[in-house]
Design a protein around this ligand. Structure first.
Ligand code: KG4
Ligand code: ZN
Length: 332
């Protein structure tokens, strides 16, 4: 048997059906991800009902493939960890039901994982997390600054008051006629343009670690409507500069406020090249250690859920078979 503690992770909170096997909370044995992006692209966003149905169709085969690629059998597993929330409730329910069935059938503990905790723990698969740390979690559904004094302990320092960073990327991409999900397209286009449009930066109240992106999205819409010949690359560059500047400066402020020495980037938007570049530069200037997940672990995947789940298992935080999916699960 490989490793001492083998955890099977399951993630179905949005439009990726994923299963993975992780050994001892750090070694990735398999990470199978089936993306539904093509299915949702023509609607310009994720259609919850369509996502749930596709999860049902895929989950069994994905689970089997994760076990096969890892070379482990059901009876070798120490536990099954699943995303309980937040996310689309119908989509989450498929993963939670599959995890409960496996836990019952194999007689192994069930562990419920918060999706944001998963994103942070994606970094644990590269190198052990060092506490205390601050994590900037930027995804399609979240923009949060989290303080972690130790494993399994999370304190929220700031959050978005409206749109998430990834959501803003996707909405602006739509305004520019780019396909869903728009983040990677804007990221690419931004390098071809210049930040010539003066877009707002939402710093909010003095010292606030909260974010707001809806005003920026509206401002981009106004530029596109008012300019006679708008250059999409310049719009992308201006938008990206505004988002990156606010994310970077608030993350640095959170690190200084808490006195930690490590900043951990997490979530789908951490794949953004502009954000990586700006954070690398600012962290070097400030003497902060920056951790950035590899691109394949930035977006939704089950390996991060298995890694986070392993630490909850070791803490004795297991769930009963009455576990329910929760669309608005709080991080605690
Ligand atoms: O973490 P994730 O896979 O799903 C959620 O939990 O929401 O994040 C998906 C989000 C999408 O909004 C997508 O546009 C964005 O991450 N994204 C990016 C980039 N790659 C993915 N945003 C900006 N730049 C990128 N390179
Ligand atoms: Zn996510």
């Amino acid at each position: 048997m490989k490793g001492n503690c083998l955890v099977l992770g399951i993630e179905t909170s949005c439009d990726e059906t994923s299963a993975a096997v992780v050994a001892d909370g750090k070694e990735l044995l398999s990470n199978v991800i089936s993306s539904q992006m093509d299915l949702h692209r023509r609607f310009g966003g994720v259609v919850p009902e369509v996502a749930s149905r596709r999860h049902v169709e895929r989950i069994t085969a994905i689970l089997q493939e994760a076990l096969d690629r890892a070379g482990v059998r059901l009876k070798d597993l120490s536990a099954v960890a699943v995303t309980q929330g937040p996310g689309l409730v119908g989509a989450l329910l498929i993963g939670v039901s599959a995890a409960k069935a496996l836990s019952f059938a194999a007689g192994i503990p069930l562990v419920a994982v918060h999706h944001i905790a998963g994103h942070i723990y994606a970094n644990q698969l590269v190198e052990p997390l060092r506490f205390p740390l601050v994590s900037l979690v930027v995804s399609g559904g979240h923009t949060e600054l989290i303080y972690m004094p130790a494993h399994n302990r999370f304190e929220r320092l700031g959050k978005t008051r409206d749109d998430a960073a990834g959501e803003a990327y996707d909405k602006v991409a739509r305004l520019l006629g780019l396909p869903y999900p728009g983040g990677p397209h804007i990221d690419r286009l931004a390098w071809e343009g210049k930040p010539v449009y003066p877009l707002p930066r939402a710093w909010l109240d003095r010292d606030s670690l909260d974010f707001s992106f809806s005003g920026l999205k509206t401002a981009v819409g106004t530029v596109i409507r008012q300019e006679e010949k708008v250059n999409p690359a310049d719009v992308a560059a201006s938008f990206q500069e505004s988002v990156v500047e606010v994310l970077t400066e608030k993350a640095i402020a959170a690190v200084k406020k808490t006195g930690v020495s490590e900043l951990v980037l997490a979530g789908g938007v951490s794949a953004n090249s502009g954000l990586r570049e700006a954070l690398t530069k600012r962290c070097a200037e400030e003497g902060i250690r920056l951790r950035v997940p590899p691109p394949e672990l930035c977006t939704d995947n089950a390996a991060m859920i298995a890694a986070a789940g392993t630490y909850r298992l070791w803490d004795g935080q297991t769930a009963g078979l009455d576990l329910n999916a929760m669309a608005n699960l709080a991080l605690a």
